[in-house]
Unconditional design. Structure first.
Length: 726
């Protein structure tokens, strides 16, 4: 199958290239990083070929896939002679961890999107909590595999350039074109990507807190870095909020998904095993605990998985030489910069947040290095020495920064719809804190949205309350990490906290309710190694040290005894919400993706051009034309509006076109708005948003065809060109 060859060759080529350019990185890092880097590069090669040939052939995507495979095979052949099997040797523990990560990741992906083979017709089904987002991502993927979406447009707002990071959806479309079905196209790279996230986070934590001077022959359980890595991965997999308190809260005032169990009932394993529905659903329904802390963000957005794994790969590549005092080698920095720069179209918000982290990291280490260098100089030369050393650091960092920006800025302009801001980036004090309807913030931003008033003590109380509810013990643990950590730890932790500060000051979307969560998802993951570090240090306090602090022997003995009892309890409270979330994922009910529309989707694919634009009722997520890879004039308006499109004008034009009094009025608007076909089906007749002059279309427009869905609802498609002339 072509899709399998495509995925295999990009993985091997990526791993080979990363191994060649980062030979000292651990095998886990090179394997995981090579996979996501392979996706980033191969998706771009495929897209550029498909885009360039789209005007000449309907098979441009297929040609792009074949060319990308050929390029990857050439890379493998060129580098194969320089690689040895020993370069990829993994320790026994690493093999076990990767195996467990794969099992969990495939289970996770299968819970959100799968084929139900025990149902008639083997329907594709999606979990209820990921149902909405799947409509967009399936439509985008299908716009390439079944459609001809070049130059690329938003499926829910056709005839205008896209304003959404669609890189992974294009990649999924290429996999479907190569033979995978929709679940495989999203789930297989998603599962491998989530495994890569765990591998890379484990590697970062182990590298940061490896037991220096430890006997290499000592068993793995005596290595501090390994335990820090394991805890960090647990933090990644779970949810640190205080939502678990609602499980034990019988009050009817808790949000709609709470079970209202008594404390005794909440402790029964059967109730936990059968639990469904997230206990936290903020910022919706006046809930202050965000659903963004759960794994649902990765289930709804496979592109976030791949983007996050790529960011962790780049983070390891930058942190390792900085942490160990090694020079920033040109090849390493160039590889990381190009890979990071190519990633913007995977997730623009994540790119910006990661840029804050990487920029802060490089600046902090450059300032610290320049300061140390200046201190050994005579007082009259310290200023010159500081500037000279800082410039040396800057030149080394430029090999990362310049390609990262040069590749990303054109993508940012393209996917933003131009250089204008239009609300896509703005200052917003206390973003997410003020997103819940009952947050009680007293400030208002430039476009009338609630924000913090920095001079208001109640607003600061709201800020503390929000993050305590959403992060639980994380902030106290990070404070301990700052107290007991070494200077090198402080520098990295300061860069991590810069991401949190940035997310609290700026809004990277037009939507108050959501997109900034990716900033805080990144911050939580980058903070995870420091959380693990504190747990391990407290557990080992009986040895007389707590991080960089020396503890008197008598106090160490007493504290050590307390730590054995305290650490497991604190760790349980840290991850308990996530354990409940696992049950929500397991028990989430499934609904059909294509369902009743399958006959209509197939008819559209057989009868309408691949680049057709269809007029439909707006407001529906799952429409037959978008699921068949065609664009609609206005689809789900909430998402089109949040992307910055003018929804109101198209709503009005839709009313006018469906309700036109005569053919001339209808044709004038239909042709001006570049609409190819008009759909009249159950959704249009029952929407209540407009009146249809159905007699006009039935009597004076040329019918392209009529088809019934599985429930017998009739869909009629009218051909605008045949009806209205040239």
């Amino acid at each position: 199958m072509l899709a399998a060859v495509y995925l295999l060759t990009l993985s091997l080529a990526g791993i080979a290239a990363v191994t060649r350019l980062l030979p000292t990185a651990p095998a886990m890092v090179r394997i995981a990083g090579g996979f996501v880097a392979g996706i980033a590069v191969t998706a771009w090669i495929t897209y550029l070929i498909a885009l360039g040939l789209s005007s000449a052939t309907d098979e441009s995507l297929l040609i792009g896939i074949v060319v990308a495979i050929a390029v990857n095979i050439a890379v493998i052949a060129f580098l194969a002679s320089r690689l040895r099997l020993g370069d990829f040797r993994l320790a026994r523990l690493e093999i076990v961890l990767i195996g467990l990560a794969l099992v969990f990741s495939f289970w996770l992906m299968d819970q959100r999107l799968t084929v139900e083979h025990d149902q008639p017709g083997d329907p594709v089904v999606v979990s209820a909590n990921t149902w909405g987002d799947t409509a967009l991502h399936t439509a985008l993927a299908r716009s390439f595999s079944w459609g001809e979406n070049y130059p690329t447009e938003y499926p829910f707002y056709a005839n205008e350039p896209i304003r959404y990071h669609f890189g992974y959806d294009f990649f999924a479309g290429a996999l479907e074109e190569g033979g995978f079905n929709v679940p495989y196209a999203f789930n297989l790279p998603g599962a491998l990507g989530f495994t890569a996230m765990m591998m890379l986070l484990f590697s970062i934590a182990r590298m940061l807190f490896y037991s220096e001077g430890a006997d290499a022959r000592a068993p793995w359980w005596r290595n501090k870095g390994i335990w820090v890595g394991l805890i960090a991965v647990c933090v990644l997999m779970t949810n640190q909020s205080l939502e678990f308190l609602r499980w034990f809260d019988p009050s009817p005032d808790t949000p709609r998904y709470a079970y209202h169990l008594t404390f005794t009932e909440a402790l029964k394993p059967a109730n936990w095993w059968d639990h469904s529905g997230y206990l936290s659903i903020g910022p919706y329904y006046s809930d202050k605990i965000a659903i963004f802390n759960t794994l649902n963000v990765f289930l709804t957005q496979t592109h976030l998985i791949i983007g996050m794994a790529l960011v962790l790969f780049v983070a390891f590549g930058l942190i390792e030489p900085l942490r160990r005092g090694r020079p920033l080698e040109r090849n390493r920095m160039l590889l990381l910069g190009v890979t990071f720069g190519l990633s913007f179209w995977l997730n623009g918000v994540l790119y910006i947040a990661s840029g804050v982290f990487f920029g802060s990291l490089l600046v902090i280490f450059a300032l610290a290095g320049a300061f140390r260098h200046a201190q050994v100089q005579s007082p009259d030369r310290r200023g010159i020495a500081f500037a000279s050393e800082f410039w040396r650091w800057s030149k080394a960092a430029a090999w990362f920064i310049v390609p990262a920006l040069a590749l990303a800025i054109p993508q940012a302009i393209w996917l933003n719809g131009g250089l204008h801001n239009d609300g896509s980036f703005q200052t917003h004090l206390g973003y997410l804190v003020c997103s819940s309807p009952n947050a009680g913030c007293h400030g208002v931003d430039s476009i009338g949205q609630p924000e913090m008033d920095l001079l208001s003590l109640p607003d600061w109380g709201e800020f503390v309350n929000y993050w305590l509810l959403n992060e639980g013990l994380v902030f106290p643990i990070l404070i301990i990490a700052a107290i007991i950590g070494r200077r090198s730890d402080w520098k990295i932790l300061a860069a991590v906290m810069a991401v949190f500060v940035f997310g609290s000051l700026f809004q990277l979307s037009r939507d108050l309710g959501g997109h900034n969560h990716k900033i805080f998802n990144l911050w939580e993951i980058l903070a995870a190694p420091f959380i693990g570090y504190v747990f391990v240090e407290v557990w080992n306090i009986g040895r007389g040290r707590l991080g960089a602090l020396q503890i008197p022997s008598m106090a160490a003995t007493a504290l050590g005894s307390a730590a054995f009892a305290l650490v497991p309890v604190v760790f349980l409270f840290l991850v308990l919400s996530g354990l409940l979330d696992f049950m929500t994922i397991k028990n989430d009910f499934k609904t059909a993706v294509f369902g009743d529309n399958e006959p209509v989707i197939e008819w559209i694919d057989d009868n309408l051009p691949r680049d057709a634009v269809v007029l439909t009722s707006w407001g529906d997520l799952y429409t037959a034309p978008t699921l068949a890879g065609r664009g609609v004039y206005l689809g789900y308006d909430a998402w089109a509006g949040s992307a910055g499109y003018d929804v109101a004008i198209r709503q009005e034009f839709t009313r006018q076109m469906y309700g036109a009094a005569d053919k001339g009025a209808a044709c004038g608007l239909l042709q001006r708005e570049e609409i190819d076909y008009v759909q009249i089906g159950n959704a249009e007749r029952s929407s209540g948003r407009f009146t249809i002059n159905e007699n006009l279309f039935a009597g004076e427009f040329t019918t392209k065809g009529t088809v019934n869905d599985t429930r017998g609802n009739v869909f009629t498609y009218y051909d605008v060109a045949a009806s209205c002339g040239g």
